[in-house]
Design a binder for this molecule. Structure first.
Ligand code: 59J
Length: 580
Protein backbone atom coordinates (compact mmCIF):
# COMPACT_ATOMS: atom_id res chain seq x y z
CA UNK A 1 0.00 0.00 0.00
CA UNK A 2 2.72 2.42 1.01
CA UNK A 3 4.91 1.38 -1.80
CA UNK A 4 1.98 1.64 -4.01
CA UNK A 5 1.22 5.16 -2.85
CA UNK A 6 4.91 6.09 -3.00
CA UNK A 7 5.07 4.65 -6.34
CA UNK A 8 1.91 6.32 -7.28
CA UNK A 9 3.25 9.83 -6.29
CA UNK A 10 7.05 9.60 -6.32
CA UNK A 11 7.33 13.18 -7.59
CA UNK A 12 5.49 14.47 -4.51
CA UNK A 13 8.13 13.05 -2.20
CA UNK A 14 10.92 14.47 -4.29
CA UNK A 15 9.25 17.81 -4.39
CA UNK A 16 9.06 18.03 -0.61
CA UNK A 17 12.67 16.90 -0.33
CA UNK A 18 13.73 19.37 -2.97
CA UNK A 19 11.89 22.26 -1.26
CA UNK A 20 13.50 21.43 2.05
CA UNK A 21 16.86 21.38 0.32
CA UNK A 22 16.26 24.80 -1.21
CA UNK A 23 15.24 26.18 2.17
CA UNK A 24 18.39 24.87 3.81
CA UNK A 25 20.46 26.36 1.03
CA UNK A 26 18.67 29.70 1.38
CA UNK A 27 19.29 29.79 5.10
CA UNK A 28 22.90 28.81 4.60
CA UNK A 29 23.29 31.51 2.00
CA UNK A 30 21.71 34.06 4.29
CA UNK A 31 24.08 33.05 7.07
CA UNK A 32 27.04 33.44 4.74
CA UNK A 33 25.60 36.69 3.47
CA UNK A 34 25.27 38.16 6.96
CA UNK A 35 28.43 36.76 8.45
CA UNK A 36 30.76 37.12 5.52
CA UNK A 37 29.49 39.37 2.75
CA UNK A 38 27.69 42.07 4.80
CA UNK A 39 29.71 41.69 7.92
CA UNK A 40 31.45 45.04 7.82
CA UNK A 41 28.32 46.93 6.97
CA UNK A 42 26.32 45.32 9.72
CA UNK A 43 28.99 45.75 12.33
CA UNK A 44 29.17 49.37 11.36
CA UNK A 45 25.43 49.71 11.74
CA UNK A 46 25.49 48.02 15.12
CA UNK A 47 28.37 50.15 16.33
CA UNK A 48 26.63 53.25 15.09
CA UNK A 49 23.92 52.45 17.56
CA UNK A 50 26.30 51.96 20.48
CA UNK A 51 29.75 53.42 19.74
CA UNK A 52 30.09 57.11 20.41
CA UNK A 53 32.90 59.57 19.91
CA UNK A 54 33.24 62.07 22.65
CA UNK A 55 35.57 65.06 22.33
CA UNK A 56 38.69 65.37 24.43
CA UNK A 57 39.18 69.09 25.12
CA UNK A 58 42.52 70.56 24.03
CA UNK A 59 44.52 72.49 26.58
CA UNK A 60 44.48 76.18 25.61
CA UNK A 61 47.85 77.90 25.29
CA UNK A 62 49.11 79.88 28.24
CA UNK A 63 49.29 83.66 27.78
CA UNK A 64 52.12 85.33 29.64
CA UNK A 65 53.67 88.76 29.88
CA UNK A 66 57.15 89.36 28.44
CA UNK A 67 58.80 87.92 31.55
CA UNK A 68 56.72 84.75 31.68
CA UNK A 69 54.20 85.97 34.26
CA UNK A 70 50.93 84.12 33.61
CA UNK A 71 48.07 86.28 32.32
CA UNK A 72 45.63 83.60 31.12
CA UNK A 73 45.79 80.08 32.51
CA UNK A 74 43.65 77.07 31.65
CA UNK A 75 42.66 75.00 34.66
CA UNK A 76 40.82 71.66 34.47
CA UNK A 77 37.19 71.79 35.52
CA UNK A 78 34.39 69.23 35.65
CA UNK A 79 31.14 69.86 33.88
CA UNK A 80 28.17 67.76 34.94
CA UNK A 81 25.50 66.77 32.46
CA UNK A 82 22.48 64.56 32.66
CA UNK A 83 20.53 62.16 30.53
CA UNK A 84 17.18 63.42 31.77
CA UNK A 85 15.32 60.45 30.31
CA UNK A 86 17.46 58.06 32.28
CA UNK A 87 17.15 60.18 35.40
CA UNK A 88 13.40 59.60 35.52
CA UNK A 89 14.14 56.08 36.82
CA UNK A 90 15.60 57.32 40.08
CA UNK A 91 13.60 60.30 41.24
CA UNK A 92 14.24 59.40 44.88
CA UNK A 93 17.86 60.52 44.40
CA UNK A 94 17.04 63.98 43.10
CA UNK A 95 16.92 65.80 46.44
CA UNK A 96 20.39 64.52 47.37
CA UNK A 97 21.66 65.59 43.95
CA UNK A 98 20.12 69.03 44.32
CA UNK A 99 21.78 69.62 47.67
CA UNK A 100 25.14 68.41 46.34
CA UNK A 101 24.81 70.84 43.43
CA UNK A 102 23.68 73.59 45.75
CA UNK A 103 20.50 74.00 43.71
CA UNK A 104 16.93 74.35 44.89
CA UNK A 105 15.43 70.79 44.93
CA UNK A 106 12.09 71.99 43.61
CA UNK A 107 13.61 73.96 40.77
CA UNK A 108 15.83 71.06 39.76
CA UNK A 109 12.93 68.59 39.84
CA UNK A 110 10.83 70.93 37.71
CA UNK A 111 13.62 71.27 35.21
CA UNK A 112 14.19 67.53 34.99
CA UNK A 113 10.46 66.86 34.55
CA UNK A 114 10.13 69.53 31.91
CA UNK A 115 13.03 68.07 29.93
CA UNK A 116 12.20 64.43 30.73
CA UNK A 117 12.72 63.29 27.14
CA UNK A 118 16.09 65.00 26.64
CA UNK A 119 19.16 62.81 26.56
CA UNK A 120 21.61 65.64 27.19
CA UNK A 121 21.22 68.62 29.44
CA UNK A 122 23.87 70.55 31.35
CA UNK A 123 23.47 70.36 35.12
CA UNK A 124 26.34 72.66 36.04
CA UNK A 125 29.48 73.75 34.22
CA UNK A 126 32.97 74.47 35.46
CA UNK A 127 33.13 72.88 38.91
CA UNK A 128 36.52 72.15 40.41
CA UNK A 129 37.43 68.50 39.78
CA UNK A 130 36.90 67.82 43.53
CA UNK A 131 33.42 69.37 43.55
CA UNK A 132 32.52 67.43 40.42
CA UNK A 133 33.74 64.13 41.85
CA UNK A 134 31.74 64.64 45.05
CA UNK A 135 28.55 64.85 42.98
CA UNK A 136 29.50 61.91 40.77
CA UNK A 137 30.16 59.85 43.90
CA UNK A 138 26.43 60.01 44.66
CA UNK A 139 26.03 57.68 41.68
CA UNK A 140 22.74 59.16 40.57
CA UNK A 141 21.67 57.26 37.45
CA UNK A 142 21.90 59.49 34.40
CA UNK A 143 24.40 61.98 35.85
CA UNK A 144 27.76 62.16 34.08
CA UNK A 145 30.86 64.29 34.16
CA UNK A 146 33.07 65.67 31.40
CA UNK A 147 36.50 67.16 31.85
CA UNK A 148 36.88 70.62 30.40
CA UNK A 149 39.20 73.55 30.80
CA UNK A 150 38.35 76.99 32.00
CA UNK A 151 40.39 80.19 31.70
CA UNK A 152 41.58 82.02 34.76
CA UNK A 153 43.12 85.49 34.56
CA UNK A 154 45.60 86.01 37.42
CA UNK A 155 46.07 89.74 36.81
CA UNK A 156 42.30 90.31 36.58
CA UNK A 157 41.23 93.84 35.77
CA UNK A 158 44.81 95.04 35.23
CA UNK A 159 45.19 93.14 31.95
CA UNK A 160 41.48 92.66 31.13
CA UNK A 161 41.28 94.78 27.96
CA UNK A 162 44.53 93.54 26.53
CA UNK A 163 44.07 89.82 27.20
CA UNK A 164 40.30 89.67 26.69
CA UNK A 165 38.48 86.47 27.61
CA UNK A 166 36.99 83.23 26.33
CA UNK A 167 33.35 82.17 26.29
CA UNK A 168 31.98 79.19 28.22
CA UNK A 169 33.07 76.86 25.41
CA UNK A 170 36.66 78.11 25.78
CA UNK A 171 36.70 80.05 22.49
CA UNK A 172 38.26 83.52 22.45
CA UNK A 173 35.69 86.29 22.57
CA UNK A 174 37.64 89.48 23.22
CA UNK A 175 41.16 90.86 23.08
CA UNK A 176 44.21 88.69 22.47
CA UNK A 177 42.12 85.61 23.33
CA UNK A 178 40.08 86.36 20.21
CA UNK A 179 42.82 87.80 18.00
CA UNK A 180 45.05 84.74 18.50
CA UNK A 181 42.27 82.15 18.78
CA UNK A 182 43.79 79.75 16.27
CA UNK A 183 47.22 79.89 17.84
CA UNK A 184 45.91 79.39 21.38
CA UNK A 185 43.04 76.98 20.88
CA UNK A 186 44.69 73.72 19.78
CA UNK A 187 42.61 70.89 18.31
CA UNK A 188 40.27 68.74 20.43
CA UNK A 189 40.86 64.98 20.38
CA UNK A 190 38.37 62.11 20.15
CA UNK A 191 37.67 59.21 22.45
CA UNK A 192 35.68 56.14 21.35
CA UNK A 193 33.23 54.78 23.92
CA UNK A 194 30.40 52.27 23.86
CA UNK A 195 27.07 53.34 25.22
CA UNK A 196 23.91 51.33 25.66
CA UNK A 197 20.47 52.01 24.26
CA UNK A 198 19.82 54.57 26.98
CA UNK A 199 23.09 56.39 26.42
CA UNK A 200 24.78 54.99 29.50
CA UNK A 201 28.51 54.61 29.15
CA UNK A 202 29.46 50.92 29.07
CA UNK A 203 33.04 50.87 27.95
CA UNK A 204 35.82 53.35 27.26
CA UNK A 205 37.28 51.79 24.11
CA UNK A 206 40.18 53.91 22.97
CA UNK A 207 41.47 57.35 22.21
CA UNK A 208 41.11 57.65 18.45
CA UNK A 209 42.66 61.11 18.22
CA UNK A 210 44.85 62.79 20.77
CA UNK A 211 43.98 66.36 21.68
CA UNK A 212 46.55 68.80 20.31
CA UNK A 213 47.33 71.46 22.88
CA UNK A 214 47.24 75.13 21.89
CA UNK A 215 50.48 77.08 21.73
CA UNK A 216 51.70 79.46 24.43
CA UNK A 217 51.86 83.17 23.69
CA UNK A 218 54.19 85.72 25.32
CA UNK A 219 52.81 89.24 25.05
CA UNK A 220 54.98 92.33 24.76
CA UNK A 221 53.56 93.79 27.95
CA UNK A 222 55.47 93.90 31.20
CA UNK A 223 53.09 93.09 34.04
CA UNK A 224 54.98 95.36 36.45
CA UNK A 225 54.51 98.35 34.13
CA UNK A 226 50.94 97.32 33.52
CA UNK A 227 50.23 97.45 37.29
CA UNK A 228 52.03 100.77 37.60
CA UNK A 229 50.12 102.28 34.67
CA UNK A 230 46.81 100.95 35.91
CA UNK A 231 47.31 102.32 39.41
CA UNK A 232 48.35 105.79 38.29
CA UNK A 233 45.60 106.07 35.69
CA UNK A 234 42.93 104.89 38.12
CA UNK A 235 44.04 107.37 40.78
CA UNK A 236 44.02 110.21 38.26
CA UNK A 237 40.54 109.29 37.05
CA UNK A 238 39.23 109.33 40.62
CA UNK A 239 41.10 112.50 41.58
CA UNK A 240 39.83 114.38 38.54
CA UNK A 241 36.33 112.98 38.55
CA UNK A 242 36.92 111.85 34.98
CA UNK A 243 34.73 109.60 32.89
CA UNK A 244 37.40 107.36 31.39
CA UNK A 245 41.03 107.18 30.37
CA UNK A 246 43.80 105.28 28.65
CA UNK A 247 47.52 104.95 29.08
CA UNK A 248 50.01 103.28 26.73
CA UNK A 249 53.73 102.65 27.22
CA UNK A 250 55.80 101.74 24.18
CA UNK A 251 59.37 100.63 23.63
CA UNK A 252 60.32 102.96 20.77
CA UNK A 253 63.21 100.79 19.60
CA UNK A 254 61.37 97.48 19.32
CA UNK A 255 57.81 98.65 18.64
CA UNK A 256 56.58 96.61 21.59
CA UNK A 257 53.66 97.82 23.66
CA UNK A 258 54.89 97.45 27.25
CA UNK A 259 51.66 98.49 28.93
CA UNK A 260 48.18 99.35 27.79
CA UNK A 261 45.50 100.13 30.35
CA UNK A 262 42.10 101.77 30.36
CA UNK A 263 39.59 102.95 32.91
CA UNK A 264 36.96 101.88 33.69
CA UNK A 265 37.91 98.23 33.62
CA UNK A 266 36.40 94.92 34.76
CA UNK A 267 37.29 91.62 36.35
CA UNK A 268 37.40 88.98 33.60
CA UNK A 269 37.12 86.21 36.20
CA UNK A 270 33.68 87.37 37.24
CA UNK A 271 31.73 88.85 34.37
CA UNK A 272 28.41 89.28 36.08
CA UNK A 273 27.22 92.93 36.16
CA UNK A 274 29.43 93.82 33.22
CA UNK A 275 28.69 97.16 31.61
CA UNK A 276 29.79 97.76 28.03
CA UNK A 277 31.71 100.90 29.06
CA UNK A 278 33.99 98.79 31.25
CA UNK A 279 34.88 96.46 28.43
CA UNK A 280 36.20 99.04 25.98
CA UNK A 281 39.89 98.79 25.20
CA UNK A 282 39.82 102.53 24.64
CA UNK A 283 43.50 102.81 23.72
CA UNK A 284 42.69 101.02 20.47
CA UNK A 285 38.98 101.32 19.86
CA UNK A 286 38.26 104.92 20.81
CA UNK A 287 39.28 107.71 18.46
CA UNK A 288 39.76 111.36 19.37
CA UNK A 289 41.19 114.59 18.01
CA UNK A 290 44.82 114.80 19.17
CA UNK A 291 44.62 118.58 19.76
CA UNK A 292 47.94 120.21 20.53
CA UNK A 293 49.87 116.95 20.82
CA UNK A 294 49.63 117.13 17.02
CA UNK A 295 51.86 120.23 17.07
CA UNK A 296 54.84 117.93 17.65
CA UNK A 297 54.16 116.37 14.24
CA UNK A 298 53.33 119.63 12.45
CA UNK A 299 56.47 121.23 13.87
CA UNK A 300 58.53 118.25 12.69
CA UNK A 301 57.14 118.80 9.19
CA UNK A 302 58.15 122.48 9.40
CA UNK A 303 61.73 121.65 10.43
CA UNK A 304 61.93 118.91 7.78
CA UNK A 305 60.81 121.38 5.11
CA UNK A 306 64.07 123.23 5.67
CA UNK A 307 62.13 126.51 5.73
CA UNK A 308 62.13 126.74 9.56
CA UNK A 309 64.57 126.39 12.40
CA UNK A 310 63.78 126.43 16.16
CA UNK A 311 64.96 130.01 16.69
CA UNK A 312 62.80 131.49 13.91
CA UNK A 313 60.00 133.67 15.20
CA UNK A 314 56.34 134.12 14.36
CA UNK A 315 54.03 136.95 15.33
CA UNK A 316 51.22 135.62 17.49
CA UNK A 317 49.81 138.96 18.62
CA UNK A 318 46.98 139.48 19.55
CA UNK A 319 46.39 135.77 20.20
CA UNK A 320 43.73 135.44 17.54
CA UNK A 321 43.79 135.00 13.80
CA UNK A 322 40.79 135.78 11.65
CA UNK A 323 40.18 133.55 8.63
CA UNK A 324 36.98 134.83 7.02
CA UNK A 325 34.31 134.24 9.60
CA UNK A 326 36.48 131.69 11.39
CA UNK A 327 38.66 132.73 14.33
CA UNK A 328 41.71 130.82 15.57
CA UNK A 329 42.41 131.50 19.24
CA UNK A 330 45.24 130.99 21.66
CA UNK A 331 43.99 130.07 25.11
CA UNK A 332 46.90 131.28 27.20
CA UNK A 333 48.19 134.81 26.76
CA UNK A 334 51.82 134.60 25.79
CA UNK A 335 54.87 136.56 26.92
CA UNK A 336 55.14 138.82 23.93
CA UNK A 337 53.97 139.57 20.42
CA UNK A 338 56.34 137.04 18.84
CA UNK A 339 57.33 133.49 19.72
CA UNK A 340 60.10 131.30 18.37
CA UNK A 341 59.18 127.74 17.35
CA UNK A 342 60.01 126.31 20.78
CA UNK A 343 57.92 129.10 22.31
CA UNK A 344 55.00 128.15 20.09
CA UNK A 345 55.17 124.63 21.53
CA UNK A 346 55.69 125.81 25.12
CA UNK A 347 52.78 128.24 24.98
CA UNK A 348 50.84 125.94 22.72
CA UNK A 349 50.01 128.75 20.34
CA UNK A 350 47.38 127.76 17.81
CA UNK A 351 47.95 131.03 15.96
CA UNK A 352 51.70 130.49 15.68
CA UNK A 353 51.31 126.91 14.54
CA UNK A 354 48.73 127.90 11.94
CA UNK A 355 50.97 130.57 10.41
CA UNK A 356 53.76 128.01 10.03
CA UNK A 357 51.26 125.57 8.49
CA UNK A 358 50.23 128.18 5.88
CA UNK A 359 53.88 128.57 4.97
CA UNK A 360 54.72 124.87 4.57
CA UNK A 361 51.30 123.87 3.26
CA UNK A 362 48.73 121.40 4.54
CA UNK A 363 50.03 118.63 2.35
CA UNK A 364 53.45 118.64 4.08
CA UNK A 365 51.79 118.04 7.43
CA UNK A 366 49.41 115.51 5.93
CA UNK A 367 52.29 113.47 4.45
CA UNK A 368 54.19 113.26 7.72
CA UNK A 369 51.05 112.45 9.75
CA UNK A 370 50.44 109.61 7.32
CA UNK A 371 54.04 108.37 7.58
CA UNK A 372 53.99 108.25 11.38
CA UNK A 373 50.72 106.29 11.30
CA UNK A 374 48.11 108.82 12.42
CA UNK A 375 44.69 107.71 11.17
CA UNK A 376 46.32 104.67 9.52
CA UNK A 377 45.88 100.93 10.06
CA UNK A 378 48.31 99.74 12.75
CA UNK A 379 48.36 96.21 11.36
CA UNK A 380 47.76 94.82 14.85
CA UNK A 381 44.42 93.28 13.92
CA UNK A 382 43.10 93.75 17.44
CA UNK A 383 39.36 93.01 17.69
CA UNK A 384 37.33 96.19 17.31
CA UNK A 385 40.40 98.32 16.65
CA UNK A 386 39.69 101.62 14.91
CA UNK A 387 41.73 103.26 12.18
CA UNK A 388 40.69 106.82 12.95
CA UNK A 389 40.70 109.36 10.17
CA UNK A 390 43.31 111.49 8.50
CA UNK A 391 41.33 113.38 5.84
CA UNK A 392 42.74 112.90 2.38
CA UNK A 393 44.70 115.84 1.10
CA UNK A 394 43.08 118.07 -1.46
CA UNK A 395 43.42 121.82 -1.92
CA UNK A 396 42.48 122.57 1.70
CA UNK A 397 41.01 125.87 2.70
CA UNK A 398 43.15 127.87 5.16
CA UNK A 399 40.94 126.96 8.10
CA UNK A 400 41.32 123.27 7.38
CA UNK A 401 45.11 123.53 7.09
CA UNK A 402 45.27 125.49 10.32
CA UNK A 403 43.05 123.21 12.37
CA UNK A 404 44.87 120.09 11.16
CA UNK A 405 48.18 121.66 12.20
CA UNK A 406 47.01 122.02 15.80
CA UNK A 407 45.18 118.74 15.96
CA UNK A 408 41.54 119.05 14.89
CA UNK A 409 39.72 117.53 11.96
CA UNK A 410 41.87 114.42 12.40
CA UNK A 411 41.04 111.51 14.66
CA UNK A 412 43.45 108.98 16.09
CA UNK A 413 43.69 106.25 18.70
CA UNK A 414 45.97 106.47 21.75
CA UNK A 415 48.11 103.70 20.33
CA UNK A 416 48.59 105.63 17.07
CA UNK A 417 49.59 108.73 19.02
CA UNK A 418 52.22 106.88 21.04
CA UNK A 419 53.45 105.33 17.78
CA UNK A 420 53.80 108.75 16.14
CA UNK A 421 55.79 110.09 19.10
CA UNK A 422 57.97 106.96 19.06
CA UNK A 423 59.31 108.03 15.66
CA UNK A 424 60.53 111.33 17.15
CA UNK A 425 62.01 109.46 20.13
CA UNK A 426 63.75 106.86 17.96
CA UNK A 427 65.61 109.45 15.86
CA UNK A 428 63.08 109.36 13.03
CA UNK A 429 62.88 105.57 12.75
CA UNK A 430 59.45 104.03 13.10
CA UNK A 431 59.31 100.45 14.40
CA UNK A 432 56.12 98.55 13.57
CA UNK A 433 53.80 98.17 16.57
CA UNK A 434 53.46 94.79 18.20
CA UNK A 435 51.57 93.29 21.13
CA UNK A 436 53.77 90.17 21.05
CA UNK A 437 57.18 89.90 22.65
CA UNK A 438 59.90 90.22 20.01
CA UNK A 439 63.37 88.81 20.29
CA UNK A 440 65.12 90.31 17.32
CA UNK A 441 65.40 93.97 16.40
CA UNK A 442 62.57 94.92 14.04
CA UNK A 443 62.84 96.42 10.57
CA UNK A 444 62.33 100.15 11.09
CA UNK A 445 61.36 102.81 8.57
CA UNK A 446 63.08 106.19 8.50
CA UNK A 447 60.03 108.46 8.42
CA UNK A 448 61.88 111.62 9.40
CA UNK A 449 65.55 112.63 8.96
CA UNK A 450 67.55 111.93 12.08
CA UNK A 451 68.60 115.58 12.56
CA UNK A 452 64.94 116.68 12.47
CA UNK A 453 63.97 114.11 15.12
CA UNK A 454 66.90 115.22 17.29
CA UNK A 455 65.90 118.88 16.94
CA UNK A 456 62.36 117.94 17.98
CA UNK A 457 63.70 116.04 20.98
CA UNK A 458 65.46 119.17 22.19
CA UNK A 459 62.36 121.32 21.63
CA UNK A 460 60.03 118.86 23.39
CA UNK A 461 62.44 118.71 26.31
CA UNK A 462 62.17 122.51 26.49
CA UNK A 463 58.38 122.19 26.55
CA UNK A 464 58.80 120.42 29.89
CA UNK A 465 61.92 122.08 31.29
CA UNK A 466 61.66 125.74 30.22
CA UNK A 467 60.54 128.26 32.89
CA UNK A 468 56.98 128.42 31.54
CA UNK A 469 56.94 124.76 30.53
CA UNK A 470 54.80 121.84 31.60
CA UNK A 471 56.82 121.32 34.79
CA UNK A 472 54.33 118.74 36.08
CA UNK A 473 55.63 116.30 33.46
CA UNK A 474 59.18 116.44 34.80
CA UNK A 475 60.73 113.24 36.08
CA UNK A 476 63.24 113.37 38.95
CA UNK A 477 66.75 112.35 37.87
CA UNK A 478 65.92 112.16 34.15
CA UNK A 479 65.46 114.52 31.23
CA UNK A 480 62.21 113.86 29.37
CA UNK A 481 60.31 115.55 26.57
CA UNK A 482 56.70 115.78 25.52
CA UNK A 483 53.64 117.83 24.66
CA UNK A 484 50.38 118.42 26.45
CA UNK A 485 47.04 118.97 24.83
CA UNK A 486 43.60 120.06 25.95
CA UNK A 487 40.90 119.42 23.41
CA UNK A 488 37.29 120.40 23.57
CA UNK A 489 35.22 117.33 22.84
CA UNK A 490 32.91 117.35 19.88
CA UNK A 491 29.41 117.09 21.24
CA UNK A 492 26.96 114.70 19.74
CA UNK A 493 23.82 116.40 18.51
CA UNK A 494 25.33 119.83 18.01
CA UNK A 495 27.54 120.63 15.04
CA UNK A 496 30.45 121.93 17.00
CA UNK A 497 32.46 121.58 20.19
CA UNK A 498 31.18 121.26 23.73
CA UNK A 499 31.61 124.27 26.01
CA UNK A 500 32.69 122.31 29.03
CA UNK A 501 33.75 118.81 28.22
CA UNK A 502 37.41 118.23 27.52
CA UNK A 503 39.97 115.58 26.84
CA UNK A 504 43.29 116.05 28.62
CA UNK A 505 46.26 114.63 26.81
CA UNK A 506 49.95 114.15 27.27
CA UNK A 507 52.41 112.44 24.96
CA UNK A 508 56.11 112.20 25.69
CA UNK A 509 59.26 110.12 25.89
CA UNK A 510 62.56 109.67 27.69
CA UNK A 511 65.26 109.52 28.79
CA UNK A 512 66.53 112.24 26.46
CA UNK A 513 70.12 110.92 26.54
CA UNK A 514 68.88 107.89 24.57
CA UNK A 515 65.07 107.86 24.27
CA UNK A 516 63.64 104.43 24.86
CA UNK A 517 60.09 104.75 26.21
CA UNK A 518 57.14 106.71 24.85
CA UNK A 519 53.99 107.21 26.90
CA UNK A 520 50.57 108.60 26.05
CA UNK A 521 48.02 109.57 28.70
CA UNK A 522 44.40 110.28 27.75
CA UNK A 523 41.95 111.48 30.39
CA UNK A 524 38.40 111.84 29.25
CA UNK A 525 36.22 114.59 30.74
CA UNK A 526 37.99 115.62 33.93
CA UNK A 527 35.51 117.54 36.07
CA UNK A 528 37.30 118.57 39.27
CA UNK A 529 40.65 120.25 39.70
CA UNK A 530 40.82 121.64 36.16
CA UNK A 531 41.04 120.16 32.75
CA UNK A 532 44.27 121.25 31.07
CA UNK A 533 46.42 118.42 29.78
CA UNK A 534 49.38 120.05 31.49
CA UNK A 535 47.52 119.90 34.79
CA UNK A 536 45.62 116.61 34.59
CA UNK A 537 47.61 114.24 32.37
CA UNK A 538 51.19 115.53 32.73
CA UNK A 539 51.53 114.37 36.38
CA UNK A 540 50.38 110.88 35.38
CA UNK A 541 53.00 110.85 32.62
CA UNK A 542 55.62 111.92 35.16
CA UNK A 543 54.80 109.20 37.67
CA UNK A 544 54.50 106.43 35.10
CA UNK A 545 57.67 107.47 33.25
CA UNK A 546 59.52 107.70 36.55
CA UNK A 547 58.41 104.19 37.56
CA UNK A 548 59.20 102.80 34.12
CA UNK A 549 62.74 104.20 34.02
CA UNK A 550 63.43 102.85 37.50
CA UNK A 551 61.93 99.40 36.88
CA UNK A 552 63.87 99.11 33.64
CA UNK A 553 67.11 100.12 35.40
CA UNK A 554 67.75 103.05 33.10
CA UNK A 555 70.76 105.10 34.16
CA UNK A 556 69.66 108.58 35.30
CA UNK A 557 70.77 111.34 32.94
CA UNK A 558 69.82 114.30 35.12
CA UNK A 559 71.21 113.89 38.61
CA UNK A 560 71.99 117.04 40.62
CA UNK A 561 75.80 117.54 40.85
CA UNK A 562 76.11 116.35 44.47
CA UNK A 563 74.20 113.16 43.79
CA UNK A 564 76.16 112.66 40.63
CA UNK A 565 79.33 112.58 42.72
CA UNK A 566 77.76 110.01 45.03
CA UNK A 567 76.60 108.02 42.09
CA UNK A 568 80.12 107.06 41.00
CA UNK A 569 80.20 103.37 41.78
CA UNK A 570 81.87 102.59 45.06
CA UNK A 571 84.56 100.04 44.34
CA UNK A 572 84.29 97.31 46.96
CA UNK A 573 87.51 96.57 48.80
CA UNK A 574 89.35 93.68 47.26
CA UNK A 575 88.60 90.40 48.95
CA UNK A 576 91.67 89.07 50.63
CA UNK A 577 90.35 85.95 52.24
CA UNK A 578 89.87 87.64 55.65
CA UNK A 579 93.59 88.23 56.15
CA UNK A 580 92.94 91.86 57.08
C1 59J B 1 40.96 124.55 24.02
C2 59J B 1 40.13 123.40 21.23
C3 59J B 1 38.37 123.02 19.63
C4 59J B 1 38.27 122.73 18.17
C5 59J B 1 40.16 125.65 23.74
C6 59J B 1 41.04 124.06 25.28
C7 59J B 1 40.13 124.63 19.08
C8 59J B 1 39.57 124.76 17.75
C9 59J B 1 37.94 124.02 16.10
C10 59J B 1 39.41 126.24 24.73
C11 59J B 1 40.30 124.64 26.30
C12 59J B 1 39.49 125.74 26.02
C13 59J B 1 38.56 123.09 15.09
S1 59J B 1 44.76 125.44 26.41
O1 59J B 1 45.77 121.93 23.56
O2 59J B 1 43.53 125.32 22.31
O3 59J B 1 47.29 121.32 27.51
O4 59J B 1 47.99 122.46 29.13
O5 59J B 1 39.63 122.52 21.90
O6 59J B 1 41.10 125.34 19.40
O7 59J B 1 39.96 125.63 16.97
O8 59J B 1 38.76 126.31 27.01
N1 59J B 1 46.35 123.50 26.19
N2 59J B 1 44.05 123.85 23.92
N3 59J B 1 41.23 124.08 21.65
N4 59J B 1 39.59 123.72 19.98
N5 59J B 1 38.62 123.89 17.37
C14 59J B 1 45.90 124.62 25.42
C15 59J B 1 45.45 124.22 24.03
C16 59J B 1 46.29 123.03 23.70
C17 59J B 1 46.83 123.59 27.42
C18 59J B 1 46.80 124.84 28.21
C19 59J B 1 45.74 125.84 27.83
C20 59J B 1 43.20 124.43 23.02
C21 59J B 1 48.15 125.45 28.13
C22 59J B 1 41.79 123.89 22.97
C23 59J B 1 47.42 122.39 28.06
O9 59J B 1 47.49 123.25 23.55
Amino acid sequence: MMKLEGALFPWRFRLVLGLLGVMVAAIAWRIIDLQVVDRAFLKGQGDARSVRHIPIPAHRGLITDRNGEPLAVSTPVTTLWANAKEMQTAKEKWPALASALGQDPKALAERLEAQANKEFIYLVRGLTPEQGQAVLDLKVPGVYGIEEFRRFYPAGEVTAHMVGFTDIDDHGREGVELAYEEWLAGVPGKRQVIKDRRGRLIKDVQVTKNAKAGKPLALSIDLRLQYLANRELRNAIIENGAKAGSLVIMDVKTGEILAMVNQPTYNPNNRRNLQPAMMRNRAMIDVFEPGSTMKAISMSAAIESGRWKPTDTVEVYPGTLQLGKYTIRDVSKTEGPVLDLTGILINSSNVGMSKIAFDIGGETIYRLAQKVGLGQDTGLGFPGERVGNLPNYREWRKAETATLSYGYGISVTAIQLVHAFSALANNGRLAPLTLIKTDKAPQTTQVLPEHVAKTMQTMLQQVIEAPRGVFRAQVPAYHVGGKSGTARKTSVGTKGYAENSYRSLFAGFGPMSDPRYAIVVVIDEPTKAGYYGGLVSAPVFSRVMSGTLRLMNVTPDNLPPTQQANATPVVPPKANGGRG
